[in-house]
Design a protein around this ligand. Structure first.
Ligand SMILES: NC(=O)c1ccc[n+]([C@@H]2O[C@H](COP(=O)([O-])OP(=O)(O)OC[C@H]3O[C@@H](n4cnc5c(N)ncnc54)[C@H](O)[C@@H]3O)[C@@H](O)[C@H]2O)c1
Length: 350
């Protein structure tokens, strides 16, 4: 049986990916500090599987630990040895992810995200595990044009969070340069993962306050917030609001399975791929579609542009499609329906 270590596997994208890893027959070791997630998400993974008549409880292991402490990470590798397993690959989701918070607490972000990753890589090297899929982000790009962003575009992050992601990509690049015949590495640059698994057990339940649009839309729909704030209606876009590339979290999760299977079948290499849909949706359009699909009203107000925001951030996803034989299957309506379904079934989160 092939074992995969999933750091941050209790979080939003991690939990959806663990669900698919289990369905694919992998044994999964989740390592999470729960700084931004709940231990209950693993129960929700199992409930989702049970709803599909799959009983895979014994293939899912949950280890509480912090990447900032290398000894915690080592415990997972030790546990695997005890169980006579070997970790074949790591999918590395764990990290703090609020752009705004990263500007307020840059040292915590560098320590958690970058030092934490260095700890992880050192332990991986020690146990001779040299296959890794890393969660990078579209925030690494300089986003000043109206063109789709491709992997060769200039990277110039403008906040500590984006700097963390680019630095980790560079560290992985240096590791590969040193041992190009040993490492299999993929850096996946996500655009805007949103939505939830269609069965409504798994969704997005952050502990830290988020400025992301989707949790805010659902809060307004639930009546917990009066209105949504749109930052800027004078962007050079057809309706004046910013355009983003929203991708269903299940499509992102499927992208990880395709990447992992690809890496494990191929020669050692380093890959950098965008995970997005290639389709831009303005904030105003997104709200309208949510209202129409779910038959709810989302009041909004317009505020000043936020520093660091851009008009247009949309992926060129042709490389991922070509290499991975993967393509997003769900559209923006699916995102709105599935995300709202999860919120209705879990009005207080997990
Ligand atoms: N959601 C997005 O919009 C988005 C976009 C681009 C990139 N990403 C990246 O994808 C990854 C997953 O994102 P997500 O939306 O699922 O976030 P999330 O916060 O839901 O999941 C991250 C998980 O990592 C855990 N974690 C954080 N620091 C840890 C540490 N030091 N040790 C152990 N566990 C730790 C958290 O408790 C959480 O469960 C993150 O690295 C994020 O930066 C997310």
């Amino acid at each position: 049986m092939q074992s995969i270590l999933v750091t941050g596997g209790a979080g939003f994208i991690g939990s959806h990916t663990c669900l698919l890893l289990l369905k694919q027959g992998y044994e999964v070791f989740i390592f999470d500090s729960f700084i931004n997630s709940s231990e209950k998400s693993t129960e929700k993974i199992l409930l989702t599987l049970q709803a599909e008549n799959l009983e895979l409880r014994e293939k899912l292991h949950l280890i509480k630990g912090d990447l900032k402490d290398a000894k915690d990470i080592e415990k997972v590798f030790q546990l695997c040895l005890k169980l006579k397993r070997m970790i074949l690959a790591v999918i590395h989701f764990a990290g703090l992810k609020s752009v705004h918070e990263s500007t307020l607490e840059p040292l915590s972000y560098w320590e958690n995200n970058v030092s934490g990753t260095i700890n992880l890589l050192k332990v991986m090297k020690k146990y001779n595990c040299k296959n890794i899929v890393f969660s990078s982000s579209a925030t690494v790009y300089r986003t000043t044009s109206k063109n789709l962003l491709n992997e060769n575009d200039i990277c110039k992050p403008i906040n500590p969070y984006g700097n963390n992601k680019l630095t980790i990509e560079n560290i992985l690049g240096d590791l590969f340069k040193k041992d190009p015949l040993e490492w299999r590495i993929a850096c996946l640059r996500y655009f805007n993962p949103v939505g939830a698994n269609e069965l409504g057990y798994l969704g997005e339940d952050p502990k830290v306050k988020t400025n992301n649009i989707f949790p805010q839309i659902t809060k307004v729909a639930l009546g917990r917030m009066n209105r949504i704030k749109i930052f800027g209606s004078d962007w050079p876009t057809p309706d004046g609001t910013g355009i983003r590339d929203y991708i269903h979290v299940m499509d992102v999760a499927e992208g990880h399975i395709s990447t992992l299977n690809y890496l494990l079948q191929k020669q050692p290499q380093i890959l950098t791929l965008n995970l997005g849909t290639g389709i831009g949706t303005s904030v105003r359009e997104f709200i309208k579609i949510f209202e129409k699909v779910n038959n709810v009203e989302i009041p909004f107000c317009v505020e000043e542009r936020r520093p660091g925001d851009n008009a247009f951030v949309v992926a060129d996803n042709s490389l991922a499609k070509l290499i991975l034989n993967w393509a997003p299957k769900r559209n923006i309506e699916d995102i709105c329906r599935d995300g709202w379904n999860w919120q209705l079934k879990n009005p207080n989160g997990y």
